[in-house]
Every structure is written in structure tokens, then in C-alpha cells.
Design a protein around this ligand. Structure first.
Ligand SMILES: [Fe+2]
Length: 297
């Protein structure tokens, strides 16, 4: 059976040179039946890209998103495959379904059943260019900071388990939440990414550790200048957001508000339903309401 979410999917995509091919498929390797972390998804995506290239297929980046953009899966548009070849690729990567565009009409095809459901005109499902570009810009904003290296340094000193409630798995989700919120809140994406990394980095236990935000900010101060460069204004925002993230609820600055909302949207991991009244951004409030209405009996 095709998961109903497929029928709602919208796409972040720019036409390849020469425009959209008349016929193509959209295949992702993300989340093969289970939700994978960013690193494993990136690895699976790269494998799929190599396989498509080896097959001599022309491919171009297309990202499938839920209508509210809270869930995103990168994938590839690929021209020149038959339905069966594309389905084989989808099955190989553990997918429930793939998309096909035939004469400009988007359909979804079940990988196992072969069932095909017509959705609507492909062009109607592409996100407006401006929104798409905004997301792309935010995701790639790094101000020259080697975030991979910085993550290695900060995670290597973290005294608790990497999968602990306040560890790197949580930081990654805060980063993803923060970048998604930043697309509409106008937050400084670099500060949001640094907040995700540092805010819990100096926790000493999983329970009451009232000074951990302040210590996280001090640690960021220690590494600034050697491992990353940001302006004084950016550092002030980062320092404030880290220091007060558990003791203060609201702040009118969009960057600080986005950092705090990104953290609070991940409260589900410790069994707490995020509450819209503690959110600062419009999208944060919408998402908190959505999460609580889905979890209410
Ligand atoms: Fe946190």
C-alpha cells in the first residue's frame, strides 16, 4: 500500500538545463522504511547518485517535502529509465514508492505493488522559486565555518553519551528544526547552527544542571577565533541564546526566538509535548499546535 503522505508531497526543485524532461522519475534513498539520521541519509543518497550515474542516467536534484516543509527528503529526478528500472532502484533503497512524471503529470507508484496513483500536474507541486531559493540559501549558509570539524571537536569533549537526551543526536535535530524555522523567521542561520552545537555541549548530567547554558556559551567563546569566526553582534546573540535557553521563554529577537523554539520542538524525546505558548516564532507555534493535536488522545 502506498503511504498517503506521498500524495501530499511538494517539491523543492529547479529545472535542469534545457528544462524539465517530458518524462522522468523521482527516487529518494532517504529513510528506507525507518527514519535515519542525517549522516546515514546523506550516505544512502550518495550511493543512489552513483548508481544512477553508472546506469548512464541523467539526474538532477529534487527534494520532496511535506506541505508544511517540516519533513524533507532529498532525492533525484532521473530521465531515461523505464518504470520497472526506476522501481527496482526504489526497492533496492527500501522505498515504499517512487514518483513518475509522464507528459507533465505527476504520479506515485508503489514499489512492491506497482499500484499507480495519478496526483496532478507536476508544475503545481513545485515550490515557488523564491521559497525554494530561500531554503537552499539558509541550508548552505556557513560563513566559511568548517562545521564538520567543529562538530568533531565539540562532540569529542562531550562527557555524556552521544545518544543521550541532551547529546549530539538532539543537537542535530535542533539544527534541522532551527534551519527550517529560519526560512520564515528571518533568523541568522549561522548563529542558529552554532546554538544547536553549543547550547547543551557542556552539560554534566541529564537532570538538573542549571549552569550548563552559561558553560556552553563560555565554551563557544573559547573556540571562537580559532575554530570559527563570527561578528561581535552574532556572538552576542549566540551567547545570550545559550546562556538563557532554559531560564527564559520569550525573546523578540528572531534569531534568539528561533534558537529556543528549535530546542523546544525536540521536547518529545523526553516525553514532553511542545507547548505553543512557549514558542517565539509563527511557525514554531504552528508546529507545536500540530504536534500536540496529533499526540492528544
Ligand atoms: Fe537542548
Amino acid at each position: 500500500m502506498i503511504h498517503p503522505e506521498y500524495l501530499e508531497t511538494v517539491f523543492q526543485a529547479s529545472p535542469p538545463s534545457g528544462g524539465w524532461p517530458r518524462n522522468f522519475h523521482i527516487i529518494t534513498a532517504y529513510n528506507p522504511g525507518i527514519i535515519l539520521g542525517a549522516e546515514l541519509n546523506a550516505k544512502a543518497d550518495e550511493e543512489l547518485r552513483k548508481e544512477l550515474n553508472l546506469a548512464g542516467s541523467r539526474c538532477f536534484r529534487i527534494t520532496g517535502c511535506s506541505p508544511d516543509l517540516t519533513h524533507r527528503e532529498e532525492g533525484w529526478g532521473v530521465a531515461g529509465l523505464t518504470d520497472e528500472e526506476a522501481l527496482t532502484m526504489g526497492r533496492k533503497h527500501g522505498q515504499n514508492a517512487i514518483f513518475s512524471v509522464t507528459d507533465g503529470i505527476l504520479s506515485v507508484i508503489g514499489c512492491l505493488s506497482g499500484e499507480r496513483i495519478r496526483i496532478e500536474a507536476w508544475e503545481k507541486r513545485i515550490l515557488p522559486d523564491e521559497e525554494s531559493k530561500n531554503l537552499e540559501k539558509i541550508e548552505s549558509s556557513d560563513q566559511g565555518i568548517d562545521f564538520e570539524k567543529l562538530w568533531r571537536i565539540v562532540t569529542s569533549q562531550f562527557p555524556l553519551d552521544e545518544h543521550s537526551d541532551h547529546g549530539p543526536d538532539h543537537w542535530k535535530r535542533v539544527e534541522q528544526n532551527g534551519l527550517m524555522l529560519a526560512a520564515s523567521s528571518g533568523a541568522d542561520a549561522v548563529v542558529v547552527r552554532l546554538f544547536a552545537l553549543f547550547h547543551d555541549s557542556r552539560r554534566e548530567n541529564e537532570f538538573s544542571d542549571p549552569d550548563h547554558g552559561r558553560r556552553g556559551a563560555a565554551y563557544a567563546h573559547e573556540l571562537r577565533g580559532t575554530y570559527f569566526q563570527i561578528t561581535d553582534e552574532q556572538f552576542e546573540l549566540l551567547e545570550f541564546a545559550c546562556t538563557w535557553h532554559t531560564e527564559t521563554t520569550h525573546n523578540a529577537n528572531p534569531t534568539i526566538g528561533t534558537c529556543w523554539d528549535a530546542d523546544r520542538l525536540d521536547l518529545g524525546r523526553v516525553g514532553i509535548i511542545p507547548d505553543a505558548k512557549y514558542m517565539n516564532t509563527v511557525l514554531g507555534r504552528q508546529l507545536a499546535n500540530k504536534i500536540s493535536s496529533e499526540r492528544m488522545p
